[in-house]
Design a protein around this ligand. Structure first.
Ligand SMILES: Cc1cc2nc3c(=O)[nH]c(=O)nc-3n(C[C@H](O)[C@H](O)[C@H](O)COP(=O)(O)O)c2cc1C
Length: 296
C-alpha cells in the first residue's frame, strides 16, 4: 500500500506539507480569536481590556465587584417614543445664537457678594446638572451644597492651608508664573462670602443594596459633563461662579463633609452674585477658526 503511494508522496509531498501547515495556522488563529472573544464576553472586568482609559476600575477592588449576569438597569426596561418637537430652521438659528450670547457672557468671578440666593434656584441648577448623560446611565455624581457658615469656614481653612503650600512649593515656577496675570493666590475670601458652595464629587464606583460594588463607567467624564451643565445653568439663572479644583484638598474635604470613600472631589463652585466692583481679567477667547476643523 505504502509502496503504491510512494510515487504520489515523492511527487506531491510539498503540497501535502503546505496543506498541513496552513491548517495548523488556521486552527491556532481560530483558537486564539475564540479564546479572546470568550474572555472579553465573560470577564467581568473586560472594560479593562477594551478600554484602558478606565483606570477607575482599578480603584474598585476586584473581589468586591458585582459579577452578576444581571444588568444594572432593569432587564425589561421599556423603550418609549422620544418626545421631540422639531423647531423651524429660523428658530434653530435664533436659539443657537442666543445661547451662544448667554454663555459667552460667562466669566469666572473671584469677588462675591453675600446677597442671599433662593435655595430653589440652587436645587433647579443641580437638577439641570443631574440631566447630564453618563456612562451606562450610572449617574456617578454627588452634589454637596454648603450654606452653613461654620462649614464654609472649615472648608476655607483646609483650602487656604493647602493652597499656600501649592503656590509656594508644589506648583512650581512655571505654573505660578502662568497664574500671575489672573492675580490668584491662596487667599480665598469668596469661600466664606458666597452664599453657597457646591462641591461636586465623582463616584468612582457605586454601591448595590447587597454591599457589592457597581462599576461606574467613565465616571470622570460623566461628572465633568455634569459640571459643564452646572456652570452653564448657574450662568443662565443669572448667578456667577468660580470653577476651582482645590489641589490636594479632596480627602480632607470629603472627610469634613462626611462623604464616603468612593467619592472624589472634582470641582468646588462658589455660587452667588458678584460684588458691584468685581473685576475680571480682560481675556480673549480663541476665534472659531482656531477651535474648529470642518471636514465636508
Ligand atoms: C479645571 C479648572 C480649574 C480651575 N481652577 C481655578 C482655581 O483654582 N482658581 C481660580 O481662580 N480659577 C480657576 N479656574 C478658572 C480659570 O482660571 C478660568 O476659567 C480661566 O481663566 C478663563 O476665564 P473665564 O472662566 O472667565 O472665561 C479653573 C478653571 C478650570 C476649568
Amino acid at each position: 500500500m505504502f509502496s503504491e503511494l510512494l510515487p504520489f508522496w515523492t511527487k506531491y509531498w510539498y503540497y501535502v506539507l503546505i496543506g498541513v501547515v496552513s491548517c495548523s495556522f488556521l486552527k491556532v488563529f481560530y483558537d486564539i480569536s475564540k479564546k479572546s472573544a470568550t474572555f472579553i464576553k465573560n470577564d467581568k472586568y473586560s472594560t479593562k481590556l477594551v478600554d484602558n482609559t478606565m483606570e477607575q476600575i482599578e480603584d474598585i477592588g476586584e473581589e468586591t465587584l458585582e459579577d452578576s449576569e444581571e444588568p444594572a438597569l432593569p432587564k425589561d426596561l421599556k423603550h418609549i417614543p422620544c418626545v421631540y418637537a422639531k423647531p423651524s430652521e429660523v428658530e434653530i438659528l435664533h436659539r443657537a445664537s442666543e445661547f451662544y450670547k448667554t454663555v459667552a457672557a460667562r466669566r469666572t468671578i473671584r469677588f462675591f457678594s453675600p446677597d442671599p440666593v433662593p435655595k430653589e434656584v440652587i436645587h433647579d441648577i443641580i437638577k439641570a446638572a443631574g440631566t447630564a448623560p453618563s456612562g451606562a446611565h450610572t449617574e456617578p455624581w454627588t452634589f454637596v451644597v454648603v450654606s452653613n457658615q461654620k462649614m464654609k469656614e472649615q472648608i476655607r481653612c483646609i483650602i487656604e492651608k493647602e493652597e499656600e503650600i501649592n503656590y509656594k512649593q508644589r506648583m512650581g515656577v512655571k505654573w505660578t508664573t502662568d497664574l500671575l496675570p489672573l492675580r490668584t493666590d491662596w487667599i480665598k475670601e469668596y469661600l466664606t462670602i458666597a452664599p453657597y458652595l457646591i462641591l461636586v464629587f465623582k463616584q468612582a464606583y457605586g454601591l448595590l443594596p447587597n454591599g457589592k460594588r457597581k462599576v461606574h463607567y467613565y465616571n470622570e467624564i460623566s461628572t465633568s459633563i455634569a459640571c459643564g451643565i452646572l456652570i452653564t445653568a448657574i450662568q443662565y439663572a443669572g448667578l456667577v461662579t468660580l470653577t476651582s479644583t482645590p489641589l490636594n484638598c479632596g480627602p480632607a474635604i470629603r472627610n469634613l463633609l462626611g462623604r464616603p470613600q468612593n467619592e472624589k472631589l472634582v470641582v468646588l463652585l462658589p455660587v452667588g452674585y458678584p460684588t458691584k466692583d468685581a473685576t475680571v481679567p480682560a481675556l480673549q477667547r480663541k476665534p472659531l477658526s482656531d477651535i474648529l476643523v470642518e471636514i465636508e
